[in-house]
Write a protein that binds this ligand. Structure first.
Ligand code: HEM
Length: 122
């Protein structure tokens, strides 16, 4: 039996728990926290839709917001390698906090690292 990462994370409900653990860490992070809008709730909702799609669930983000073009959507933010690392560190901690099994954490982090470093634009 082969499972998508999406299924291994517990589907959309599992992804919701992860983003709810993730953004409080992001907001508190001294480097990347200040980049985010004061009202983080819309970002949490969008990330839930995006990661659902990204990890093999229904294309919920595209249905609501069109083609992700996620690198382009980050171009108005100045992102260096250190920002990508801080983002990934918050995500790693969120995955630990939510209790995602280690064998799932590895492929999740690998895929997100690919995107995070791809978004580096300065
Ligand atoms: C590399 C470090 C990253 C930084 C510093 C960063 C920063 C941000 C910021 C500041 C926003 C809010 C923009 C706004 O509302 O004005 C945002 C939105 C978002 N980010 Fe990132 N991000 C990073 C990496 C990632 C990665 C790796 C992903 C997913 C693979 C991701 C997915 C998203 C999504 C889905 C949104 C919402 C997009 C929308 O408005 O529709 N980000 N990001």
């Amino acid at each position: 039996m082969t499972m998508t990462i999406y299924e291994a994370l517990g589907g959309q409900a599992g992804i919701r728990r992860i983003v709810e653990a993730f953004y409080p860490k992001v907001v508190k992070d001294p480097l990347i926290g200040p980049l985010f809008p004061e009202d983080i709730d819309p970002v949490i909702d969008k990330q839930e839709l995006f990661l659902t799609q990204f990890f093999g669930g229904e294309p919920l983000y595209t249905e609501q917001y069109g083609h992700p073009r996620m690198r382009a959507r980050h171009m108005h933010i100045s992102i260096g390698k250190e920002h990508a690392e801080a983002w990934l560190q918050c995500m790693y901690q969120a995955l630990q906090e939510v209790g995602v099994p280690e064998e799932v954490v590895d492929p999740v982090m690998e895929r997100l690292a690919g995107s995070a470093y791809f978004f580096v634009n300065s």
